[in-house]
Design a protein around this ligand. Structure first.
Ligand SMILES: *Cc1c(COP(=O)(O)O)cnc(C)c1O
Length: 239
């Protein structure tokens, strides 16, 4: 496959993904502009990440901070999203590179981000990660704790909570993820009533289940495999 072939294939996948997003929006009577696609580049090369940026997908996500540092250096002019666990000792180097941290999953991290935001005199935009599927192996706050965490976050001027994020349990049938996504939306609605504010974002839905997530109100979907799986690295493609 030549580089042009790889680019054509990727362009085709982006176009088909946008169609699927549009159809899910139509089923839910939503405006497709209300859904941001974050292309998750963790399993792909810098060259392909650059390609998708040049195809107009400007929001890219990485789950590991070190990998994000490398990708962000190699692929500029992108809004980077951190979607995986952030260790506090990697915070200083990561926060300046990202537009949104989706994965705030402990009060200690929340506190450390707040202190960083105060030092920089700029509140750090974050999402609170919620373990709606209640799998013990998953990170995130338990749904029951979220009012308390929100209360705390609102008292911390160095962070700005933009919404909630969750991951559904992996399942063959995407419908199995629906209750998880519905729960995150209901949790957000309860936060709205309780704290008299509006959180703009619900980050939920991956390759397996993004149409269901959109039907349930996702404003950010995080898609990797569906876009990148099996695409050869153009730097090793035959001319
Ligand atoms: C890897 C990852 C994704 C993308 O998953 P795919 O199934 O490859 O689309 C989304 N969210 C998080 C938090 C991830 O780690």
């Amino acid at each position: 496959m030549t580089e042009a072939d790889v680019k054509r294939q990727l362009a085709d996948r982006v176009a088909r993904l946008k169609e699927r997003i549009a159809r899910a929006c139509q089923r839910a009577s939503r405006d497709p502009a209300s859904v941001t696609l974050v292309a998750v580049t963790k399993s792909t090369s810098n060259a392909i990440a650059t390609m998708i940026r040049d195809l107009g997908v400007k929001d890219l996500g990485e789950s590991r901070p070190q990998e994000l540092w490398k990708k962000a250096a190699a692929v500029p002019n992108v809004r980077w999203h951190l979607i995986g666990h952030l260790q506090r000792n990697k915070l200083e180097r990561t926060v300046p590179l990202v537009t949104l941290i989706h994965s705030v999953d402990s009060e200690r991290l929340l506190q450390a981000l707040h202190e960083y935001g105060l030092r920089q005199a700029q509140a750090v935009p974050i999402l609170l990660e919620v373990n709606c599927s209640r799998e013990p192996a998953k990170t995130g706050f338990p749904p029951e704790a979220i009012f308390e965490v929100m209360d705390k976050a609102l008292s911390l001027g160095g962070v700005r909570v933009q919404g909630l994020m969750t991951m559904a349990a992996l399942a063959d049938d995407p419908e199995r993820a629906r209750p998880t996504f519905a729960e995150l939306r209901q949790l957000r609605d309860r936060i709205h009533r309780r704290f008299a504010l509006t959180l703009p974002h619900l980050s939920m839905g991956m390759s397996q289940d993004f149409p269901v997530a959109i039907e349930e109100g996702a404003t950010i979907i995080r898609v990797g495999t569906w876009l990148f799986d099996g695409l050869p690295d153009p730097s090793s493609a035959s001319p």
